[in-house]
Ligand binder design. Structure first.
Ligand code: ABT
Ligand code: MG
Length: 148
């Protein structure tokens, strides 16, 4: 089953958007299989954004992403990598369609509230960068109603 790495960035946590964002992926029908609130080290952030190492915004990006707690998550489901990117919206929130997370909740490309892996292969690399195998839970949704 396909998995992706999503992270609510420090601005999303500070703005109290954790519940709103998680709710969208739950409502869509994806399954949460890993989650932790953590402040990333510089080393971890630099590895995560390694492809942007030479870009002028790299140092500021690492400063931002390590500036406070983030909610690191792994979500599972058919086509979850591409679907989550679609739900997140374009990198620059001013270009993100209304109805997407960034389109509805953000305005600044350097403060775009959530990260999502951009391809299945990247997702696998990011999941193993951020999570140990034992931190992930394989579970099957129960068909028994929880409230009778
Ligand atoms: P991420 O999910 O954070 O990787 O964003 P996304 O994949 O949509 O976009 P990319 B290109 O990977 O951007 C990485 C982070 O760099 C920021 N950024 C990007 C800038 O600040 N200026 C720029 O010109 C570009 C291209 C946006 C992303 N994160 N933040 N925060
Ligand atoms: Mg990216």
């Amino acid at each position: 089953m396909e998995r992706t790495f999503l992270a609510i960035k420090p601005d999303g946590v500070q703005r109290g958007l954790v519940g709103e964002i998680i709710g969208r992926f739950e409502a869509k029908g994806f399954k949460l299989v890993g989650m932790k609130l953590m402040t990333a080290s510089r080393e971890l952030a630099e590895q995560h954004y390694g492809v942007h190492k030479e870009r002028p915004f790299f140092a500021g990006l690492v400063d931002f992403i390590t500036s406070g707690p983030i909610v690191a998550m792994v979500w599972e489901g058919d086509g979850v990598v591409a679907s989550a990117r679609k739900m997140i919206g374009a990198t620059n929130p001013l270009n993100s369609e209304p109805g997407t997370i960034r389109g509805d909740l953000a305005v600044n490309v350097g403060r775009n509230i959530i990260h999502g892996s951009d391809a299945v292969e990247t997702a696998q690399q990011e999941i193993s960068l951020w999570f140990k195998e034992e931190e992930l839970s394989a579970w099957t949704p129960s068909l028994t109603p929880w409230i009778v």
